[in-house]
Design a protein around this ligand. Structure first.
Ligand SMILES: Cc1cc2nc3c(=O)[nH]c(=O)nc-3n(C[C@H](O)[C@H](O)[C@H](O)COP(=O)(O)OP(=O)(O)OC[C@H]3O[C@@H](n4cnc5c(N)ncnc54)[C@H](O)[C@@H]3O)c2cc1C
Length: 575
C-alpha cells in the first residue's frame, strides 16, 4: 500500500504564486509567516502526517472506535498519535497567541490541515471540532469562560464538540428541543443530541460540548436558540477537571466510513452548562463558526482527492495489464493506457484546482480578519459554500475514480482505495448538505445582494482572456447570476441551486488553473521546469475536460427549473 506524501511542491506553488503568501505575511500579526518559517512548518507537518497519522489510517478504519458502558475507546495508536500531535504544538497552530496559540494565518494552517485530512481524516476530525468550539468561545464567550477553557483547548488537552443535531432537527435547526433551565449562575441542560463527532473518546482529559438549547421562555424557531458550554467534567476552582457532569454518551453509530471517528448519541440530563453570548442568539454564533467549519470540510474534499490520486497513481505504475497501443509488445503498466491517463488527469487537475480555490479563499479570510476589508469578506462568503459543496462532491467523484483505476482491487478493501470513497461520502452531508450549501449560495450570497459580489468576481475573471473555455464558463456564470437575481419563484431558482454551485466551482477552479498556467509559463525555464510544464499541461486538460461542461450546467440552471418541479408527488412512482 503506497504511503502518503504531502504534495509540498504544489502547496508551495499555490501559496506563493496564487494565494499571495507574501502579502498575507505583511498583515499585522502575521509577520512570522516568513517563507523559511512556512517551509519549515510544511516540512515538519508532512513528516508527522506521513510518519504518524498515515500508518494508523487503514488500521483505524478496520478496527473502528468501540463503545462500552458510556466509554469510547479509539483504535490502536490514536491515543499516542494525539499525544504527539498536542506535544508538537500542532493543535495550537491556528489560534491566537493570547490563548497559547501560534497565531499563524489561516493560509498557513490550511495546507497543514490538508495534510492531516489526507493522511487520516478520522483523526483530523477531533482537532477540527475542537477548533470550531474554540472559535465560538473566542467570539462570544465571557472572559471567565475564555480563561477557564481556551488555554486547555488550544493546547489540545481538552477537546471540543459541536452539538446541533437532534433526531427531529437536522438541516432545520429551528426544531431543536433540548432544554436549558436557569439555576443560579449556570443552566441545567436536558435533551438528546445525535451524530456528535468525538462526543466521547479516550484521547483527552476533558471534553467540552457546545450545545444548542432553548430556555423555557424562548420564542419558537431559530430566534429562540441559545448556545451553552457543557463540559464532561466541570472544572474546579483550580481549573482541573472536577465532578462528572450529566452529559453521557448513550451509543456510537455504525457508519459507512470514518470508522475511527466516534459519532456519538449524547444524552444530557440536568447537565451543568454555561451560556455563551446572549440568550436566544445561539444560532448567530453557530453560523459565524459554521463558515470556518464549512471551509474545513471543503478542505476534506481536497485532501481525500489528493490521497485517492496518490494511491491510484502508485497502483497505475505497478499494475501490468494490456499492451501499449502504439509500441505493442509485452503487457505494460496500466498508466500507459489513454483511458487510465484520462482518469488520473481528471483526478490530478481537479484536485489542484480545488486546492488553489481553497487556499485563495483562506487568504481572503486572513485579509478580512486583519484589515476588516469588506470585499475580502464578501469574496470569502461567496466562495465558502463553493469550496464546501463543490470540493466535497468532486472529492467523492475523485475517490470513485480512484477505485476505478484499481479495477476489482479497488472494490475490495485491501488496497485502501475503497476507504477513501467511504470516508469521502460524509463530506457532502455534514456541516450542511450540498443542497443546503447551494441554497446559501443562491439565496444569501447572490439573490439577497443583487449579485454584487458575484459580478465583481466575474469582472475579475473576464480579465484572463487567453485561457481556453474560461470566457464561455464565466459567461455561463454571469447568465445564471442574472437569472437568479431576476427569478421571483424560489422553487425555480432553488431547483437549479446545486447545478449552479457546481458551475461556480468548475469556473472558479478554471480561473485558478488559468492563473496557475500564467504563473507557470513565467517559470518554465527555471530549474524546476518539469513541475511547471506539468502545471501548464494539467491546466489545459482541466480547460478541455472540466471547464467545457459549464454551458451545459448554465442551461440546467436557467432552463431546467420547471422540469425539476414538473411531477406531482404521485407521479414519481406512476407505473
Ligand atoms: C458522521 C456524522 C457526523 C456528524 N457530526 C455532527 C456533529 O459533530 N455535530 C452535529 O451537530 N451534527 C453532526 N452531524 C449531523 C449532520 O450535520 C446532519 O446529518 C446534516 O446536517 C443533515 O441533517 P439530517 O441528517 O437530519 O438530514 P435532513 O436534514 O433530514 O436532510 C435530508 C435530505 O433533505 C435535504 N433537505 C433538507 N432540508 C432541505 C431544504 N430546506 N431544502 C432542500 N433540501 C433539503 C438535504 O439536503 C438532504 O438531502 C453529523 C452527521 C454524521 C452522519
Amino acid at each position: 500500500m503506497s504511503a502518503y506524501s504531502a504534495p509540498l511542491k504544489d502547496m508551495r506553488f499555490v501559496l506563493n504564486e496564487l494565494a499571495g503568501l507574501a502579502e498575507v505575511a505583511k498583515l499585522p500579526g502575521y509577520e512570522e509567516a516568513t517563507p523559511d518559517t512556512v517551509d519549515a512548518i510544511l516540512e515538519e507537518a508532512s513528516k508527522f502526517a506521513s510518519g504518524v497519522l498515515d500508518p494508523i489510517n487503514y488500521s483505524g478504519d478496520r478496527e473502528g472506535s468501540k463503545w462500552t458502558d458510556g466509554e469510547v475507546r479509539t483504535p490502536k495508536g490514536f491515543r499516542e498519535a494525539y499525544k504527539q500531535f498536542c506535544e508538537g504544538g500542532w493543535n495550537a497552530l491556528p489560534f491566537e497567541h493570547e490563548w497559547g496559540g501560534q497565531g499563524l494565518p489561516r493560509l498557513v494552517s490550511t495546507p497543514v490541515q490538508e495534510m492531516w485530512k489526507s493522511s487520516n481524516m478520522s483523526f483530523s476530525l477531533c482537532p477540527l471540532l475542537t477548533g470550531g468550539a474554540i472559535e465560538a468561545l473566542v467570539l462570544r464567550g465571557s472572559d471567565e469562560l475564555k480563561k477557564a477553557y481556551l488555554p486547555k483547548m488550544v493546547e489540545g488537552r481538552w477537546t471540543g464538540t459541536m452539538n446541533l443535531t437532534e433526531p427531529q432537527a437536522g438541516s432545520d435547526l429551528s426544531l431543536v428541543k433540548t432544554r436549558a433551565e436557569r439555576s443560579g449562575d449556570h443552566y441545567l441542560i436536558s435533551g438528546q443530541k445525535i451524530f456528535i463527532t468525538y462526543g466521547e473518546h479516550d484521547l483527552a482529559e476533558n471534553i467540552v460540548h457546545l450545545v444548542l438549547a432553548r430556555t423555557p421562555e424562548a420564542p419558537e424557531g431559530v430566534k429562540g436558540i441559545s448556545l451553552f458550554i457543557v463540559p464532561k467534567f466541570v472544572p474546579e476552582k483550580d481549573g482541573k477537571p472536577g465532578k462528572r457532569n450529566g452529559a453521557k454518551c448513550a451509543s456510537i453509530e455504525h457508519k459507512l466510513g470514518i470508522h475511527a471517528s466516534p459519532t456519538a448519541v449524547m444524552v444530557y440530563d440536568k447537565a451543568v452548562g454555561y451560556l455563551v453570548g446572549q440568550e436566544n442568539h445561539g444560532l448567530e454564533t453557530m453560523f459565524i463558526m459554521m463558515n470556518a467549519a464549512r471551509f474545513a470540510v471543503g478542505l476534506e474534499g481536497v485532501a481525500i482527492s489528493e490521497r485517492a490520486f496518490q494511491r491510484a497513481l502508485a497502483f497505475a505504475k505497478e499494475r501490468v495489464q494490456g499492451r501499449d497501443l502504439v509500441a505493442g509488445g509485452k503487457s505494460v503498466p496500466i498508466i500507459r493506457h489513454p483511458d487510465v491517463r484520462r482518469m488520473l488527469m481528471l483526478m490530478k487537475s481537479q484536485t489542484e484546482a480545488m486546492r488553489a480555490l481553497a487556499y485563495c479563499t483562506a487568504a481572503s479570510l486572513d485579509f478580512a480578519h486583519k484589515t476588516r476589508d469588506k470585499h475580502h469578506q464578501a469574496f470569502a462568503d461567496l466562495m465558502i459554500p463553493v469550496v464546501k459543496g463543490w470540493s466535497t462532491e468532486t472529492g467523492i467523484d475523485i475517490a470513485s475514480l480512484g477505485v476505478q483505476v484499481h479495477g476489482g482491487m479497488g472494490f475490495v478493501e485491501e488496497t485502501g482505495a475503497a476507504q477513501y470513497l467511504r470516508d469521502a461520502r460524509i463530506t457532502t452531508i455534514y456541516e450542511g448538505t450540498t443542497g443546503i450549501q447551494a441554497m446559501d449560495l443562491v439565496g444569501r450570497k447572490i439573490a439577497r445582494e443583487g449579485g454584487a459580489t458575484a459580478k465583481a468576481w466575474i469582472a475579475e475573471v473576464r480579465k484572463l482572456e487567453a485561457f481556453p473555455n474560461l470566457q464561455a464558463g464565466i459567461q455561463a456564470v454571469s447568465d445564471c447570476v442574472d437569472f437568479i437575481v431576476a427569478e421571483k419563484n424560489p422553487n425555480i431558482a432553488f431547483a437549479g441551486a446545486v447545478p449552479f454551485l457546481k458551475l461556480m466551482g468548475i469556473v472558479a477552479g478554471g480561473w485558478q488553473m488559468a492563473r496557475a498556467a500564467l504563473a507557470a509559463e513565467k517559470k518554465v525555464s527555471s530549474p524546476d521546469s518539469s513541475f511547471y510544464a506539468a502545471k501548464i499541461a494539467t491546466a489545459r486538460f482541466y480547460a478541455d475536460h472540466v471547464l467545457v461542461q459549464a454551458p451545459g450546467l448554465r442551461d440546467a440552471v436557467v432552463k431546467g427549473g420547471a422540469d425539476v418541479m414538473a411531477l406531482s408527488e404521485d407521479q414519481f412512482l406512476a407505473a
